[in-house]
Design a protein around this ligand. Structure first.
Ligand code: NAP
Ligand code: GCO
Length: 266
C-alpha cells in the first residue's frame, strides 16, 4: 500500500562506496535522513576517519571501512565484515570513481585502464559481492552513479565516457539478470555538480572571470546553474526505497535539463 512510509529506509543497511565526501557523502546523508544505517568505504584510513567525523558532525553514526573497490579480495572481506558488524546490505550505491582529463592520443593505456578499473570494473566487483545475500534476503537495491558521459562524449574524457557508458549497460544487465529476485538496479546520472572532482572546471581565471568551461556548462544547462550534491539526495532516496520497486534498469538523470537542451545561442 503506497503511503509516505514507501519512501522510508528504516532498518535498511546502505553501503555507499567512496563516500568520505562529495556526491557519495551527500547521498549517504540523504539515505540516513530517511532511516538507513550508513556504511561507507574509502581508499585509505585518513579519508575514512575524515568521513566518520563528518558524518558524526551531521548526527549520522556511520560505519567506515578502508577498501580499494578494485581489489576483489578486499571487497569480499569488507562485505563479510559489514554483514557481521552491521547486517546484510540492502542498498548498494556504487559511487567511488575517478576521472582523468587527457586528450586520447596523449593518454597512456595505464591511465585508460585505471579509470575503467575504478569506474566500471569496481561496480561489477562490489555488486557481485553483495548480490548473493540480497537474493537470499529476497530484496535489494543497487544504484550505480553514472554521468552525462553515459550518454555524451567530449574531448579529453575517453576513458571516463567509456566507463560510464559501460556502467549504464552493467546497470541494465544486473536489472535483467536479477529482477526476478526482487533486485532493482538503476543508475543515477548527475549532471555537472560542484564537487572536488569538477573544481578544475570551475576555477576563476586570473582576471577574475569564469573558467570557459564553467560558462559553457551554464549555457548548456536550462537551470543555468551547476548542480549541488544536495540535488542528488531526493532522487537517491527514491531509487533506494520501496517507492521505486517497479523501476528497474533505468538511468535517472539529475542534470538540470542538460540532456534535453541544445544549448543557449551564444
Ligand atoms: P570525488 O569528489 O572525486 O569523490 C570520489 C570518491 O571516490 C573519493 O572519496 C575517492 O577517494 C573515492 N575513490 C576513488 N577511487 C577509489 C577506490 N579505488 N576505492 C575506493 N574509493 C575510491 O568525486 P565526486 O564528484 O563526488 O563523484 C562521485 C561519483 O559521481 C563518481 O563516480 C563520479 O564519476 C560521479 N559523477 C560526478 C559528477 C560531478 O559533476 N562531480 C557528475 C556525474 C557523475 P580519493 O579522494 O582518494 O580519490
Ligand atoms: C567533465 C566532468 C564530467 C562530470 C560528470 C558529468 O570533465 O566533463 O568531470 O564528466 O564529472 O561526469 O555528468
Amino acid at each position: 500500500m503506497f503511503n509516505e512510509k514507501s519512501f522510508r529506509l528504516d532498518g535498511k543497511v546502505a553501503l555507499v562506496t567512496g563516500a568520505s565526501y562529495g556526491i557519495g557523502f551527500a547521498i549517504a546523508s540523504g539515505l540516513a535522513a530517511y532511516g538507513a544505517k550508513i556504511v561507507f568505504n574509502d581508499i585509505n584510513q585518513e579519508l575514512v576517519d575524515k568521513g566518520i567525523s563528518a558524518y558524526k558532525t551531521s548526527g549520522i553514526p556511520a560505519h567506515g571501512y578502508v577498501c580499494d573497490v578494485t581489489d576483489e579480495n578486499a571487497v569480499n572481506g569488507m562485505v563479510s565484515s559489514i554483514e557481521k558488524d552491521v547486517g546484510i546490505i540492502d542498498i548498494l550505491v556504487n559511487n567511488a570513481g575517478i576521472i582523468k582529463r587527457i586528450p586520447m592520443c596523449e593518454m597512456s593505456v595505464e591511465d585508460f585502464r585505471k579509470v575503467i578499473d575504478i569506474d566500471l570494473n569496481a561496480p561489477f566487483i562490489v555488486s557481485k559481492a553483495v548480490l548473493p545475500s540480497m537474493i537470499k534476503k529476497g530484496h535489494g537495491k543497487i544504484i550505480n552513479i553514472c554521468s552525462m558521459m553515459s550518454e555524451l562524449g567530449r574531448e579529453t574524457v575517453s576513458a571516463y565516457a567509456a566507463a560510464k557508458g559501460g556502467l549504464k549497460m552493467l546497470t541494465r544487465n544486473i536489472c535483467s539478470e536479477f529482477g526476478h529476485a526482487n533486485i532493482q538496479c538503476n543508475g543515477l546520472g548527475p549532471g555537472y555538480i560542484e564537487t572536488p572532482q569538477t573544481a578544475p572546471l570551475r576555477e576563476k581565471q586570473a582576471d577574475g572571470s569564469r573558467h570557459p568551461f564553467d560558462a559553457f556548462i551554464l549555457a548548456k544547462t536550462p537551470a543555468e546553474r551547476w548542480g549541488t550534491t544536495e540535488d542528488l539526495m531526493g532522487p537517491a532516496v527514491f531509487l533506494a526505497s520501496d517507492a521505486s520497486n517497479f523501476v528497474n534498469g533505468h538511468i535517472l538523470y539529475v542534470d538540470g535539463g542538460i540532456l534535453a537542451y541544445i544549448g543557449k545561442q551564444p
